[in-house]
Write a protein that binds this ligand. Sequence first.
Ligand code: ING
Length: 320
Amino acid sequence: MPPKTLVPRIVTVGCAQMGPIARAETRAQCVERLIALLREAAKKNCTLVVFPELALTTFFPRWFMPDWREVDQFFETEMPNAAVAPLFAEAKRLKIGFYLGYAEKTPEGRRFNAAILVDRAGEIVGKYRKIHLPGHAENEPERPFQHLEKRYFEPGDIGFPVWRTMGGIVGMAICNDRRWPETYRVMGLKGMELMLLGYNTPAINGWAMVHSAPEPEHLRQFHNHLVMQAGAYQNSTWVVAAAKAGIEEGCSLIGGSCIVAPTGEIVALTRSVADELVVADCDLSLCTYGKETTFAFAKHRRIEHYGLIASQTGVIEPPQ
Ligand code: ING
């Protein structure tokens, strides 16, 4: 029997890395940079663009701010809002969908590290709130810089949704989520073909600098790609990951923005740590092979042995 020829389902995706955002940079200045990346994507026939995590402000969890009014300056209380309206308008004009990471403050006063998925008609089709929050909740003055995501954000409360849009099944994640296999698997169990995410990843771990932990800087990039290549392959999905990169307020953030195929191969990779767009024709039909063979979940998974993964949070070692 001839092999089943798959009809290509190509989404031309732009991975829009940003360089540093200074603390004093305004939302308008950030949006100007995002629009420039969007226009470059339009010239390269993109129909979808992925922007970084917290793409409208500097990565403010690096500072301890005791005054919550100061913290709240970095949050959006509405989305869309006046600051991002030009971005929404230009994307709609160009008929380009996009993923945008931002700090969300709800009307009830809850704070999340969030991302939205906007379709080519300029409508918000989905929202995700970061579930895996790294770092710490209290000021640790011995650190050269803080990582206070556990202080400024609540863990996401809407799970890992996926959406039928852009001609496929699309999921979202944010930064640290990409290090946890559960992130990919939960959405993989919903048929995800394209995972979009942004990240802000310090090149060095503030804790390591104080405790001289064995994590030299080159491992940051190795681990960045390792986890996404594994997640893409093990769930037969595309992964598009856009960094906020460069020296931001004295803190070095890694670049390495990339587009990973369902085979686990990196098919597009930024070279700089500045605003930079890389593009790939992501054929969603490429996901089918893995989903029907090696990772045909229904055929091969043995969930009767996996209970601990969802019922136990930390390690319980065997008795001495
Ligand atoms: N940043 C980092 C990330 O997960 C980190 C934090 C870096 C945790 C390296 C562990 C190791 O990429 C954010 N914003 O999650």
